[in-house]
Design a protein around this ligand. Structure first.
Ligand code: SF4
Length: 271
């Protein structure tokens, strides 16, 4: 099944699980009430546009064609326009705008082009949808692997996730990433040999001098068990309609449901 088909059935996903854990009230607005978001963060739009360019890059590489850096930057300009030009819904962080994004993306892709390497490695898939089932959970968890690589000599499989970030990713973030744990669980339940599995974040870092860095992590059997348990608890919370606003959290400043949240907090107040 492709992603569209998977999405058309009831499911959880990395982003819905993360949203529930960050703020379950925002989860309710988005996935239960299906409210239209009042705004979309510029970082999210930027990340999606970079993903689209890297998808094209690796799809070309899979058939033996390396997109040269200038063509990659041209592709970025087109993609960024498609994603961001004239979209009033984008919530631009201070100092950011369409032109700044254009420049930043070009710089990041130049840094990526200079440093990326795929040597003695097969590209197994690009933007591959997955669905996983967990014992005791009556709903699948779906997602997409950005890129899966296999070392030709050792057979080692690496699941890669592309990230755009303001700062370098500390190893600890990679080791604690819920997304990486879900990917490892998905890989395991989809038949990858677990002992031969690496997870990697390919980070495009928006520092003054743009950087491309790769951060590796792994997951143990115990960590896989724990993430499955966590997902089951999330689903139990959703079914029990446990909606807790995480007021004052980092999530609030970029939240697209501020008005809905304010209204919900005032429900039943007659003062
Ligand atoms: S404003 Fe904050 S508390 Fe309210 S829904 Fe958004 S993230 Fe949750």
């Amino acid at each position: 099944m492709d992603l569209q088909e998977l999405r058309s059935q009831p499911h959880l996903s990395c982003s819905s699980i993360s949203l529930y854990l960050d703020c379950s009230l925002a989860y309710k607005f988005r996935y239960v009430d299906r409210l239209k978001s009042e705004s979309v963060s510029d970082a999210l739009v930027f990340g999606s546009a970079i993903h689209a360019v890297l998808e094209r890059f690796y799809n070309s590489l899979m058939i033996g064609e390396v997109i040269p850096v200038d063509a990659l930057v041209d592709l970025w300009e087109l993609t960024w326009k498609e994603h961001a030009e004239g979209r009033d819904i984008i919530d631009w962080k201070r100092g950011n705008d369409f032109d700044k994004g254009l420049e930043t993306g070009a710089g990041l892709l130049r840094a990526f082009s200079q440093k990326f390497e795929v040597v003695d490695t097969a590209i197994i898939c690009v933007e591959e949808a997955f669905s996983l089932t967990i014992d005791g959970l009556d709903i699948p968890v779906i997602g997409v692997f950005d890129l899966v690589l296999q070392d030709l000599a050792s057979g080692l499989v690496t699941i890669v996730d592309h990230k755009t970030r303001a700062k370098a990713m500390p190893e600890r973030d990679a080791n604690e990433s819920l997304q990486a744990s879900i990917y490892a669980l998905a890989a395991k339940t989809n038949g990858f040999r677990f002992d031969d599995l690496l997870l990697r974040f390919d980070c495009l870092i928006k520092t003054k001098e743009p950087k491309f860095e790769q951060v590796y992590t792994t997951r143990s059997e115990l960590e896989i068990f724990q993430v499955a348990r966590l997902i089951k608890q999330v689903w139990a919370g959703i079914q029990a309609e446990v909606w807790l606003p995480n007021l004052g959290s980092w999530k609030c400043s970029g939240c697209g449901y501020k008005q809905a949240c304010q209204d919900w907090m005032q429900e039943g107040y007659h003062g």
